[in-house]
Design a protein around this ligand. Structure first.
Ligand SMILES: CC[C@@H](C(=O)O)C(=O)SCCNC(=O)CCNC(=O)[C@H](O)C(C)(C)COP(=O)(O)OP(=O)(O)OC[C@H]1O[C@@H](n2cnc3c(N)ncnc32)[C@H](O)[C@@H]1OP(=O)(O)O
Length: 251
């Protein structure tokens, strides 16, 4: 089974789908490379917006693939992986097209980091989402913490990150994290949400998005994301983190 697919729709949507439902759509190197490729393709003139979604209804994305990344034991081992994905997420954040996380399942850990980098988050009623990294004795390491602080009030972001709880769609909507809670076919709901946006010329969309992207690029966001990855790598190398991951893998 291919770990991801990329499809271009006649509507102008480019759709990147993580396809590892048995691993709850966890991110491994191939998924990272696929996302990077989709982000590059989304810059093409005929693409109006990039949608990131996944297969199945259990998980939008369960974060980093712990069964693979658990082999990374030290700060020096972990940093290249964290930095690689932090760069991809930075590219997603600054992509000059609107981006949408279409969440038909729960978003956990790094899955929330991907969703947070998107401009819009659409979640199926009944899913959950949470930045659980703190429960594993690490922080966000892909830039998601920095981006959360950028997009939400600081007290809201700090509470979400330090609680490490999975929140339901009522809580996520109340916090403004979800822009739409949907029922029914995810793709149809996404197209309906974007109906008016997709009516606009691609240059108009890109120009509005550029205003927002400039605000971030002018505020040294790339350096701040890089420093988040570096700090996470330090915690990653500690024994307590490895114990917490073992507990998850052996539960
Ligand atoms: C690495 C970067 C870091 C960051 O910077 O953000 C992170 O992302 S840390 C990772 C944080 N993620 C987690 O801790 C998620 C753990 N997963 C879950 O909490 C749950 O699986 C779920 C996502 C809520 C789904 O629950 P459920 O539907 O009940 O499924 P299972 O728990 O039974 O899992 C099924 C299957 O999938 C495997 N799995 C799930 N998540 C991961 C993962 N992140 N990495 C690797 N494998 C994962 C799980 O082990 C099960 O496998 P089998 O036992 O072999 O069936």
């Amino acid at each position: 089974m291919e770990p991801y697919t990329i499809t271009k729709e006649a509507s102008g949507l480019l759709i990147y789908t993580i396809n590892r439902p048995d691993k709850r759509n966890a991110v491994n190197d191939e998924v990272m490379d696929g996302l990077n490729k989709a982000i590059s393709l989304a810059s093409n003139e005929d693409v109006k917006a990039l949608v990131i979604t996944s297969t199945g209804d259990k998980a939008f994305c369960s974060g980093g693939d712990l069964s693979v990344f658990h082999l990374l034991k030290t700060e020096e081992d972990a940093y290249p992986m964290l930095s690689k994905m932090a760069k991809i997420i930075s590219k997603l954040l600054l992509l000059p097209k609107p981006t949408i996380a279409l969440m038909n399942g729960s978003a956990v850990g790094g899955g929330c980091e991907i969703a947070t980098a998107c401009d819009f988050r659409l979640g199926r009623k009944g899913i959950k989402a949470g930045f659980v990294q703190g429960n594993l004795a690490i922080t966000t390491g892909w830039g998601g913490g920095t981006i959360l602080f950028e997009k939400f009030p600081s007290s809201t972001a700090l509470k979400i990150l330090t609680d490490g709880s999975l929140m339901d769609t009522d809580e996520l909507s109340a916090l403004g994290y979800l822009d739409l809670v949907f029922e029914g076919d995810p793709y149809e709901q996404c197209v309906a949400f974007l109906e008016k946006l997709l009516d606009k010329e691609v240059e108009v969309l890109a120009a509005y998005v550029a205003i927002l992207r400039k605000k971030w690029s002018d505020s040294s966001i790339l350096e701040r994301i890089e420093s988040e990855a570096r700090n996470c790598a330090i915690l990653w190398g500690k024994e307590i983190h490895h114990q917490k991951v073992e507990e998850f893998l052996n539960r």
